[in-house]
Design a protein around this ligand. Structure first.
Ligand code: ADP
Ligand code: ASP
Ligand code: MG
Length: 455
């Protein structure tokens, strides 16, 4: 069994859906995970916020636009009148339901319910198309097996047991379900956060004991730097699970931040492939990758630095424990941490409880908060061969306002925290410094694994 996940851009039009159908057809035993058509979740987010502000007319306008987008896709996709009627009927049924619900007052759980409709409608259209084209597939509602626990996290064991009940013993054939959507521990419709279809795919892959998890997207694999910002990037053919997890967590948008662990803990390779160029090799993520030198750079914006300073830290034990307990109380994960004898600085990416955190931390010392920061993360075997590599990487950033440095936590990562407005320049400058030297080795002594350079 293989898992195949298709992202929004790969499903963005009738042509793209046809193309994806051709890829699915090649596998008789597969578990297909679909995102919503591109742009749909963004529009649903806008509709939810209009609904929240009781701007129902404006919400209805956006909803009309979205309904016509789906209808047009059906007209482009289906030539046979029966399937065209069935698919447009499904679209109408779904949108009538959404309109009815929006005419009521907004309640807390409504937003997640609304966001789930994008994946549900998209996957129904695709399943209809596949079956009408003779590519037999069974549509599954992901809400029947994808659920998070009371810690807000999904568990492979629970998903395995629910999927077991849904699929029964007869596991052969093709299944198609939605990415991103799930139930929370109370049974309300919820999701795995933006970009969460990758996470659905790896969770399902782990639960099913898949041979491989394929993530099909609009680019040829994971690149050595952010292609939206840096011109000369190239695909990385192989990544270790650790490297991929660091890149995903620290901002490489191609992978959901949490999607690597289900695959790594079950030792299932992930292959990233390009739906527009299916023959291209893409990237394989697996355990036994030996690295020489720096692999890639990524950046994550929207970071807040919190600094706590206290003379009571001197020679005291238990101080860090008290700080961490406060973050635990407000369920706020810490990303980067640096300490000195009298101060601790941490970064968070979820500022939801920043006021409460500040208030509690002030009981321990003076607190300084800086918003609009970013983490730039250099991944690879930083220590391999050249002990001075980290120093040289940092030296290349001497003209920027580096606020925090984290190095040595693992041998394959250096993270630096900088103001958000410097990120683009830093990514470009690191690209030149680390990867663009024509001789294949630059002044940092970094080996370049250059397969091709794409603009
Ligand atoms: P999908 O809709 O298939 O889930 P995403 O938009 O979530 O696709 O992810 C693919 C996009 O991620 C690419 O088009 C690219 O712009 C962006 N991206 C950011 N960093 C990287 C990287 N290091 N390598 C490849 N793509 C990246
Ligand atoms: N449709 C969701 C989003 O746009 C999930 C995904 O694409 O992975 O975030
Ligand atoms: Mg994505």
């Amino acid at each position: 069994m293989i898992v195949m996940k298709f992202g929004g851009t790969s499903l963005g039009s009738a042509d793209r859906i046809r193309n994806v159908a051709g890829l699915i057809e090649k596998n008789n035993d597969c578990f297909v995970v679909c995102s919503a058509m591109s742009g749909v979740t963004n529009t649903l987010v806008d509709i939810a916020s209009l609904w929240k502000s009781s701007m129902i007319e404006e919400a209805d306008d956006l909803l009309d636009g979205l309904a016509s987008h789906f209808e047009r896709t059906c007209y482009d996709l289906f030539s046979d009148s029966d399937t065209l009627i069935a698919s447009t009927g499904k679209v109408k049924e779904n949108f009538d339901l959404i309109r009815r619900r929006i005419s009521n007052e907004f309640h807390q759980n409504d937003e997640n319910w609304l966001l789930a409709q994008g994946e549900l409608i998209t996957s129904e259209i695709i399943a209809l198309y596949l079956n009408s084209a003779g590519i037999k597939v069974e549509w599954l509602n992901a809400l029947g097996f994808m659920q998070t626990g009371d810690d807000g996290e999904p568990s492979v064991k629970d998903i395995r047991s629910r999927l077991g009940q849904v699929l029964g013993n007869d596991r052969g054939g093709r299944y198609l379900t939605q990415g991103y959507i799930c139930l929370d521990h109370e049974g309300n419709t919820s999701n795995l956060k933006r970009g969460g279809s990758d996470y659905t795919a790896t969770l399902a892959g782990a639960a099913l004991g898949a041979d491989i998890i394929e993530i099909w997207t609009d680019i040829d694999g994971v690149r050595n730097n952010d292609p939206r910002i840096v011109e000369k990037t190239y695909p990385i053919r192989e990544l270790s699970f650790d490297e991929a997890a660091e890149l995903a967590y620290f901002g490489a948008k191609i992978l959901h931040p949490s999607c690597v662990w289900p695959a790594s803990s079950n030792n299932i390779p992930i292959r990233l492939k390009n739906t527009l160029e299916p023959e291209a090799s893409g990237t394989v993520i697996r355990s036994d990758v030996r690295r020489k030198g720096v692999t890639a750079v990524a950046a994550k914006e929207g970071i807040t630095i919190i600094r706590v300073r206290s003379d009571r830290m001197l020679n005291a034990y238990g101080f860090l424990n008290r700080i961490f307990a406060i973050f635990e109380q407000y369920k706020t994960p810490i990303d980067v941490i640096t300490t000195s004898e009298v101060a601790v600085s941490v970064t968070i990416d979820n500022p939801c409880h920043i006021k409460e955190l500040g208030k509690e931390l002030e009981k321990l010392g003076s607190v300084m908060i800086e918003t609009r920061q970013a983490i730039v993360c250099v991944v690879g075997d930083i220590l391999e061969q050249h002990q001075d590599r980290a120093v040289r990487i940092l030296d290349s950033l001497r003209h920027y306002h580096v606020k925090m440095i984290s190095f040595g936590g693992s041998r394959n990562n250096i993270s630096i925290v900088v103001p958000e407005e410097e990120v683009k320049e830093i990514l470009r400058s690191l690209n030149k410094f680390l990867f663009e030297d024509p001789a294949g080795k630059n002044s940092a002594g970094v080996n370049i694994e250059k397969n091709s350079i794409h603009g």
